[in-house]
Design a protein around this ligand. Structure first.
Ligand code: NAD
Length: 275
């Protein structure tokens, strides 16, 4: 049975497009895979987690015939070199790259190890550099090529206990702007999304990000510091986290020809929590 979210009527923007999505085994990356498949795309979902990728294939249902998977660690140069080459080979080219893979580690500054700080930067920021560098040649030969990177509301707005994560996402924002200009004349568009308060493995405690750090925030976290993270827009049942498809629809737009005149910018998707 397919659990693909139905795209709005008549939206089939990806029937001619070949798409690589990192972090495609969970949460928002998985929602992007399902959304772009629902719009007719040919997709390679890449992730460090084979179990996550298997879950994505199951959820793709019949559309799974246009979905292939590659196990890849975005923080490892060799893995990225092989993984991107394999993905481009499977797709026969590349038109859209979605860099969604990421992790969260949160802790007090004084309890943050150098290893954890560097790991967050390695996966969230260096990972996007590595994947994009390996994919850029194929994108240059693609149709209406576009890259959508994952920044975060934490790039612009203070999120306590997340210095490394915020720094990585600020870096993604700046890198996206730099690459947008560098490749503007080549016609490759670079944009980023800045989600906030989205239900995913990262925020509900089921994902990789939580496995090594328990429930997430430090046990003695001062929750009064989080006054600005609750969405203002109403969600079903009074929920405070939106479903991942709230982001996937925007990613699908930015990665398609609908966004042909948009580059070097960002879209915040947080239900108005940071207005
Ligand atoms: N959920 C939110 O509220 C929120 C807010 C802002 C930004 N984001 C960003 O959205 C993106 C998706 O995260 P999510 O919230 O869906 O979390 P998630 O944990 O559900 O998904 C992250 C995926 O990335 C994969 N991944 C982790 N390390 C990897 C590696 N080294 N190589 C390849 N894949 C790896 C994981 O296996 C997982 O499938 C991340 O970049 C995250 O920082 C999420």
């Amino acid at each position: 049975m397919s659990v693909l979210p139905p795209p709005p009527a008549n939206l089939a923007r990806y029937t001619e497009r070949r798409v690589l999505i990192t972090g495609g085994g969970s949460g928002i990356g998985q929602a992007c895979v399902l959304r772009i498949l629902a719009e007719g795309g040919h997709v390679v979902a890449a992730d460090i987690s084979p179990e996550g990728l298997a879950d994505t294939v199951t959820k793709a249902g019949d559309a799974g015939e246009r979905l292939q998977t590659v196990v890849m660690d975005v923080g490892d140069e060799e893995s990225v070199r092989h993984g991107v080459a394999e993905a481009v080979g499977l797709l026969g080219g590349l038109d859209t790259l979605v860099n969604a893979a990421g992790i969260l580690r949160s802790s007090h500054l004084t309890q943050t190890t150098l290893a954890d700080f560097e790991l967050v930067l390695r996966i969230n920021l260096v990972g996007i550099f590595l994947v994009t560098r390996e994919a850029i040649g194929a994108l240059q030969d693609g149709k209406g090529p576009a890259v959508v990177n994952f920044s975060s509301t934490s790039a612009h707005f203070a999120h306590p206990y997340m210095a490394a994560y915020a720094a990585s996402k600020g870096g993604v924002l700046s890198m996206t702007h730099a690459l947008a200009l560098e490749f503007a004349k080549a016609g490759i568009r670079f944009n980023c999304v800045q989600p906030g308060s989205i239900s995913s493995g990262m925020t509900d405690g089921t994902g990789e990000s939580r496995q090594s750090v328990g429930p997430g925030l430090p046990e003695d976290a001062d929750y009064s510091l989080f006054g600005k993270v609750a969405p203002m827009l109403p969600l079903d049942g009074g929920a405070i986290f939106a479903a991942p498809d709230a982001v996937a629809g925007v990613v699908a737009m930015l990665g398609s020809d609908d966004a042909y005149f948009i580059t070097g910018t960002e879209v915040r998707i947080d239900g108005g929590s940071h207005m």
